[in-house]
Design a protein around this ligand. Structure first.
Ligand SMILES: [Zn+2]
Length: 95
């Protein structure tokens, strides 16, 4: 009996792990598995769409506040005004 509970919990944890990269999330996947058996949990995870995350770099000018997507050393707008403002590299993560 104890083994069954351990297997049950392990399966729920596997489902939670699989749900991590899905929109449902690992916590929800784990709760579903625990309350409605891991079989239901895996169905929920399988039907949940994949989370797509990607990050990109932006170059932020501290003077004019403009963000550039292309890699530039100095802000082209501020350069026009004769000011060499170094752009700050920022990583933007979007889902
Ligand atoms: Zn600028």
């Amino acid at each position: 009996m104890v083994y069954l509970i351990i297997i049950y919990l392990l399966l729920a944890m596997v489902v939670a792990y699989l749900g991590e990269n899905r929109n449902v999330g690992s916590t929800k996947a784990f709760v579903f598995s625990l309350l409605l058996t891991p079989i239901i949990g895996i169905v929920v995870v399988a039907n949940s769409s994949k989370k797509i995350t990607y990050s990109e770099f932006q170059y932020h000018c501290p003077r004019c506040g403009y963000n550039f997507t292309e890699e530039l050393e100095f802000c082209p707008y501020c350069s026009k005004n004769g000011k060499e403002i170094k752009l700050i590299k920022q990583e933007i993560t979007t889902t």
